[in-house]
Design a protein around this ligand. Structure first.
Ligand code: PLP
Length: 372
């Protein structure tokens, strides 16, 4: 890559190129099969992905957002109920809670992992609390051992937002399979990305799996036997066929991301004013994002200086959820100070599985120069 060539935050082209022939064959098989809704590809993908993750059931849905909404509906969470979650996440996490009629209750985050601080969770719980909804942000697992213990003691469910952490692990378990239900997204930029929208729900409960299957198809276990109000939220047959191909490459892709993260870690070690991502020993991080903190109020200046070198970066997320216009009337600045500080300091650097060493070095050198 020539020195001035732009570096995007994510380059999907090498991954697509590597399995292009397999993808085209899968696409053609669906065209020839002419079964476009809940056909053999969805059934096969659901089995393959369940066994890959180590879950008893996997149910394909239309998006990660729908995976959260349907998970909450399957637990009968609705008006009058509260769900404890994080203010530092993509909007859809809290949106799903509110759209089923329940109230999100935020608790602040751990400044190192950016996930919910488990020591604060009980302070957010009341007799109305029905579930805890942790997010495995940037590919790093939330503190599942503590959260599961609290959930058991208080007799509430856990819905894991694993949208950014497909393949990530906590101890020996895949994230998303530890709580009551797990929600995943196949948005194209996610670690396991489709070619359009898609999502997945995992559970080890036969009863919940049956309810989820019914809810994704208009609330009926059989056609024309609708039992409750549901959704039209099926994973497309075509997306399932393409995802089956990408599933065969996901472990490699996630190792590739870890390789890039390790290289950044070496090249950026002991750089003043830059805090690197930290990993708990029990966690296998899958680096959906490689997110650093730029301290001293210099984040935007550093991002601008990288942009001048044609290096793209992103800020996930510039505004914590409680201060977004839709919720802001209920909260004030200062309510969740750790999340608010993170929003002002985080910067996600370019990362993708096959990122070349010379590209990683150019990003790291430019970041050193920008802060130095
Ligand atoms: C992407 C994402 C979602 C939503 O997934 P979609 O497939 O885009 O609906 C939910 N939560 C988090 C943390 C996400 O990153």
């Amino acid at each position: 890559m020539a020195h001035s060539e732009p570096i995007p935050v994510l380059d999907l082209s090498p991954e697509i190129a590597a399995c292009r022939a397999e993808l085209v064959r899968a696409f053609e098989a669906v065209l020839d099969g002419r079964q476009f809704i809940l056909g053999p590809e969805v059934r096969a993908f659901e089995q393959e992905v369940a066994s890959h993750l180590g879950a008893a059931h996997a149910i394909g849905v239309n998006s990660g957002t729908d995976a959260l909404v349907i998970s909450l509906r399957a637990l009968d969470i609705g008006p009058g109920d509260e769900v404890v979650t994080t203010p530092f996440t993509f909007f859809a996490t809290a949106e799903a809670i509110a759209i089923v009629g329940a109230s999100p209750v935020f608790v602040d985050i751990d400044p190192l992992t950016y996930a919910m601080d488990p020591s604060l969770v009980e302070s957010g719980m009341t007799e109305r609390t029905k579930a805890i909804l942790p997010v495995h942000l940037f590919g790093h697992a939330a503190a599942m051992e503590d959260l599961m213990r609290i959930a058991r003691e208080r007799n509430v469910c856990v819905v894991e937002d694993a949208a950014q952490a497909f393949g990530g692990r906590f101890n020996d378990e895949s994230v998303g399979t530890i709580g009551t239900l797990g929600a995943y997204s196949f948005f194209p930029s996610k670690n396991l990305g489709a070619f359009g929208d898609g999502g997945l729900i995992t559970t080890n409960s036969d009863t919940l799996a049956e309810r989820v299957r019914s809810l994704r198809a208009h609330g009926g276990r059989r056609k024309y036997q609708n039992e409750e109000l549901g959704y039209n939220s099926r994973l497309d047959e075509l997306q399932a066929a393409l995802l089956r191909v990408k599933l065969r490459h996901i472990d490699n892709a996630n190792s590739g991301r870890r390789r890039v993260a390790a290289a950044y870690g070496t090249l950026l070690a002991d750089l003043d004013g830059v805090v690197l991502p930290s990993t708990k020993q029990t966690v296998t991080h899958v680096y959906h994002q490689y997110t650093v903190r730029i301290t001293g109020g210099r984040r935007d200046e550093v991002a601008a200086s990288l942009a001048k070198k044609a290096i793209a970066t992103m800020v996930y997320y510039p505004v914590p959820v409680h201060l977004l216009p839709v919720f802001a009337s209920q909260y004030a600045t200062g309510d969740y100070p750790v999340a608010e500080q993170a929003a002002g300091e985080v910067l996600s650097l370019p990362i993708w599985p096959t990122m070349h060493d010379s590209v990683i070095e150019r990003v790291a050198t430019s970041l050193r120069n920008a802060v130095g």
